[in-house]
Design a protein around this ligand. Structure first.
Ligand code: FAD
Length: 405
């Protein structure tokens, strides 16, 4: 067992794995160790998402989400091609269903253009009907780049590739303490201690807590928002050709319930966004008192709750009542009925919230001494992971002592 390394990465989700790959590519002789608390990679957000290769259309030009998504999308496509991972660039349509959404649809078109996306174009009602005969909309925006993939599969290939290159991945290793002493940090788990010149936290739903182990408060807390899915029954899959999305509410960092074709077959509808009673709270039965207490004690969460309580109640209604969920979907595809859908899986988003009650809109990476912590990497971080990995690699390399190979 190696107990000392150059860079130690905490978290075997797609961001930690991608960071390890990019570090390895930049410096092949580097000793890298990745610690994951679960028994396999991709057990949380990375293995419970919509599987969409986002194009970058939604994000404010100049933001980290925009630049990393556009770059990461290309890198991810290349990675999938090089490693024979199933994926499909099937395109998506964002649909405006009422007049008030038309200006927001135009803002998205402009963002796509500013973010360098080719071929994004508006669809008239008739063109929309031609492509999606069952969709109800005034106008659409065609985003040809959008694709689908299984990020769990991508992660397993990344892990195999890392092992092949000599990177050690250790499972069942929850990191509980970080002790910095000069240029070396001791990383503590229930099974041992590891020393590293640089520590990288990619702990997703626990990223704020892992960052706090470095001795400074990151100024944000993770608020877990569960997204629940339904699956469209096989005989109704013809209702959806592309991925179909509503125009998102700009006040909220989620995209609204949509229809997604999955790379493994089938069509999913969702996800909604309800506050989860545990960071790893995949169902209503998962309640963690520490997680609940931490959220409620955070002033930012209370401000979010005060500001968005109406939206929150709507989300819980759609979560608890299939009829209400279906009504939201019927805005896009009026023919959908409750009988067409069976309950699907769920995922929990790690959304950072600051003390003022802002849900961080952009990716956030915090640096403290020899530690780097990814503190906010919600969607589209799976798509963007290899680009985020490049940024982490750059930041890690300058922290290594002179002479490290
Ligand atoms: C419902 C949903 C839909 C989404 N849809 C999309 C999409 O279509 N496209 C897209 O690009 N993105 C999507 N996302 C976002 C995407 O899944 C995440 O941005 C991405 O997976 C984040 O990866 P990560 O490695 O940061 O986090 P995670 O995948 O959560 O990995 C973090 C890892 O850290 C480990 N860990 C935590 N604490 C410790 C500790 N103390 N010690 C050791 N290990 C620890 C955890 O066990 C976990 O394996 C979606 C997310 C959700 C929840």
């Amino acid at each position: 067992m190696s107990t000392s390394c150059d860079v130690l990465i905490i978290g075997g989700g797609i961001v930690g794995l991608a960071a390890a790959l990019r570090l390895r590519a930049a410096r092949p002789a580097l000793r890298i160790l990745l610690l994951e608390k679960e028994g396999d990679v991709a057990r949380h957000q990375t293995g419970h998402n919509s599987g969409v290769l986002h194009s970058g259309i939604y994000y404010r030009p100049g933001s980290l989400k925009a630049s990393n998504c556009v770059r990461g999308y290309r890198q991810m496509l290349r990675f999938c091609e090089e490693h024979g991972i199933r994926h499909e660039v099937c395109g998506k349509i964002i649909v405006a269903t009422d007049e008030q959404e038309l200006p927001r649809l135009e803002v998205l078109r402009q963002r796509g253009e500013a973010n360098g996306l080719d071929g994004v174009r508006e669809l008239s009602r008739e063109e929309l009907r031609e492509r999606e005969p069952h969709v109800n909309g005034l106008r659409g925006l065609l985003v040809p780049q959008t694709g689908i993939v299984d990020f769990g599969e991508v992660s397993r290939v990344m892990a195999a590739e890392l092992r092949r290159q000599g990177v050690e991945i250790r499972f069942h290793e929850p990191v509980t303490a970080l002790i910095a002493d000069g240029s070396v940090t001791t990383v503590v788990t229930p099974h041992g201690e590891y020393s590293a010149s640089c520590v990288v936290g990619c702990a997703g739903l626990h990223s704020d807590r892992v960052a706090m182990l470095s001795g400074t408060d990151p100024g944000v807390r993770i608020i877990p928002f569960r997204g629940e899915y339904y699956t469209l029954k096989e005989h109704r899959r013809h209702l959806v050709n592309h991925l179909i999305y509503p125009v998102p509410d700009p006040a909220f960092p989620f995209l609204g319930v949509h229809f997604t074709r999955m790379i493994g077959g089938g069509v999913e509808a969702g996800p909604n966004a309800v506050f989860a009673f545990a960071r790893e709270g995949y169902t209503y039965n998962d309640i963690d008192l520490r997680d609940l207490f931490d959220a409620i004690a955070w002033p930012g969460f209370r401000r979010v709750a005060a500001r968005y309580w109406r939206t929150g109640i709507g989300e819980y209604r759609r979560s608890l009542s299939k009829r209400a969920f279906v009504r939201a979907l019927q805005k896009l595809v009026p023919e959908i009925t409750e009988e067409d859908l069976t309950a699907g899986g769920s995922g929990v988003r790690a959304q950072a919230c600051d003390a003022d009650g802002s849900l961080l809109d952009d990716f956030s990476i915090m640096e403290r001494g020899n530690a780097i912590h990814v503190c906010n990497a919600p969607s589209p971080a799976a798509t963007s992971s290899l680009s985020i990995g490049d940024t982490i690699a750059e930041k890690a390399l300058v922290r290594l002592p002179n002479g490290t190979k």
